[in-house]
Design a binder for this molecule. Structure first.
Ligand code: ATP
Ligand code: MG
Length: 498
């Protein structure tokens, strides 16, 4: 079994800087402390050693020479002296004050005398502690061989050393606290401009740039966009980027706007000539003169095609208006009535299908544009009729779910081509044209489909801030429209401004 590697959260710059400074101060503090304490201790030991050597020079050797010469008594308390001569027991004393001394035990004496000859060394004397001791061997004037030892306590050196260690530890701890506080304050001040840059970037992400006004009013403030500082370089780069993005968005919006205007204008201009074509065809067909059968068939085609084209042009115009977000007339729309009527019309126009409505008791109202919502239902019903064979059962369901109203149009027809489904709500997306009928439940005597019906449905639903989805498999095709029951306050404010 493999376990996912544990990814440690990265450290922030602030944390890294503070910890880095603190670690640096700690290392420097410990280094300075160690070197100083070591040097001082060496110095103190050297002084102690030279005192030991000096006392050694005073010491007289020989059997009667257990007494140190005058002045040596006063040297210091803690001085240790010991002798060992052939033929007599070793003796030793520790001086406890001027002129007063205590005899050492034989164990202590042998510890002192066991020290290596020559240079001064450290010896542990039981009951007395650490001593610097020097031992010298020789022969007395009387010709007796023996050894003399002089030792001095290291307790003062140790005390001084530990005091210094304590002082350094305290000073280092204080310096650490100071460094930590200083680093926190400094990084806070240094990173504050970065925070302001982030705030600007965050505000830009909250702008609605997909539609409507695409201007980006946000810029990193000039104080944070000075390229002479590191943060300023980031700020300046962000400002340049925002400028580029804004220009690109404006250019895109303008070209979209042009295309939209062109489609709207073209559709509008086509209406009149289309009406004329249709009118003249009708006029000619109804004239008293006997027309050849071919001519009558041609006139029929001209008429039906001009009707189809008129419908197409109307659809294009409708989409252009919805794109511009204009022309919606909001009011209270009672959906149960609207849906029941639309299905009733479908039943009359297409009795070859089975129509059913499942709806609660009225009223079930939403805030919306009644004519557009009617169009949504009619387009969905028209599809369920037009793209399914006779005998197909169509069920329209209406229900309230929280703040939404859910409308589903389901049929048990052959389903929608899976390849078409991802583009279903795009303009001119349509399936196999051969299956198409020449009339639909909307009463439009159209031959062939345009693929604009669901694009209009989606645009209307979007204008109502609703959603539309489709699930389709052979035997079960289901369009689900969700509409909020109330528009939010900002929309209404927008409407008033229009
Ligand atoms: N209920 C349905 N069952 C099967 N196919 C459907 C159904 N509804 C839509 N379709 C498929 O989706 C395509 C797109 O539908 P849409 O309503 O956008 O266009 P259309 O019906 O072809 O033309 P029109 O613009 O006249 O409505 C249709 O051509 C059809 O292939
Ligand atoms: Mg359609």
């Amino acid at each position: 079994m493999t376990t996912a590697p544990h990814v440690r959260a990265p450290w922030s710059i602030r944390r890294r800087l503070v910890l880095g400074v603190v670690a640096l101060v700690a290392v420097v503090g410990v280094l300075i402390g160690t070197v100083s304490v070591f040097a001082l201790r060496q110095n103190l030991l050297q002084r102690l050693d030279s005192q030991v050597e000096e006392v050694m020079r005073f010491v007289t050797t020989g059997p009667g020479g257990s007494q140190l010469p005058g002045g040596a008594d006063n040297l210091r308390s803690g001085l240790v002296v010991a002798y060992a001569f052939e033929g007599s027991d070793p003796v030793g004393y520790v001086y406890t004050g001027p002129g007063s001394r205590t005899a050492l035990t034989s164990e202590q004496i042998s510890q002192v005398l066991a020290a290596s000859r020559g240079s001064v060394t450290t010896v542990q004397i039981s009951g007395l502690g650490s001593y610097r001791v020097q031992v010298r061997e020789g022969t007395t004037v009387q010709g007796v061989a023996g050894a003399a030892a002089v030792g001095m306590s290291m307790s003062e050196v140790d005390t001084t050393t530990w005091t210094l260690v304590g002082i350094f530890a305290l000073v280092t701890a204080g310096a650490l606290l100071l460094a930590a506080a200083g680093a926190v304050a400094l990084t806070r001040v240094a990173l504050r401009p970065l925070g302001r840059v982030t705030e600007t970037a965050t505000r830009v992400t909250e702008l609605q740039l997909a539609s409507g006004d695409v201007a980006i009013p946000e810029r990193v403030p000039a104080s944070e966009a000075d390229p002479r500082t590191e943060v300023g370089q980031v700020g300046a780069a962000i400002n340049r980027m925002l400028g580029h993005v804004e220009n690109a968005l404006v250019a895109r919006q303008q070209s979209e706007e042009k295309v939209r205007r062109f489609v709207a204008d073209a559709s509008h201009e086509l209406r009149t000539p289309l009406a004329s074509i249709r009118g003249y065809a009708e006029l000619t067909r109804r004239s008293d003169e006997e027309l050849p059968v071919d001519a009558i068939r041609s006139l029929d085609r001209i008429e039906s095609e001009s009707i189809r084209m008129t419908a197409l042009v109307e659809d294009l115009l409708e989409l252009a208006r919805l794109d511009e977000g204009q022309g919606l007339v909001f009011g209270e729309v009672e959906l149960v009535r609207l849906v029941t009527d639309a299905v009733g019309d479908a039943y009359v126009a297409a009795p070859d299908h089975e129509w059913e409505v499942v709806a609660p008791e009225p009223p079930l109202a939403v805030e919306g544009d009644a004519a557009r919502l009617h169009q949504v239902v009619v387009n969905l019903l028209a599809n369920a009729h037009r793209h399914t064979p006779e005998g197909t059962a169509v069920t329209v369901t209406l229900a309230a779910e929280g703040d939404e109203v859910v409308l589903t149009v389901a049929d048990d027809g052959p389903g929608i081509d899976p390849e078409l489904q991802p583009r279903l709500f795009e303009r001119f997306a349509r399936g196999d044209v051969s299956r198409t009928r020449t009339t639909d439940v909307a009463g439009r005597s159209t031959s062939g489909s345009t693929g604009l019906g669901l694009a209009i449905v989606a645009a209307v639903v979007e204008a109502h801030h609703g959603t539309i989805g489709v699930e389709s498999e052979p035997g079960d095709t289901r369009f689900t429209v969700r509409l909020p029951r109330r528009r939010n306050a900002s929309d209404e404010a927008g409407d008033l401004a229009d």
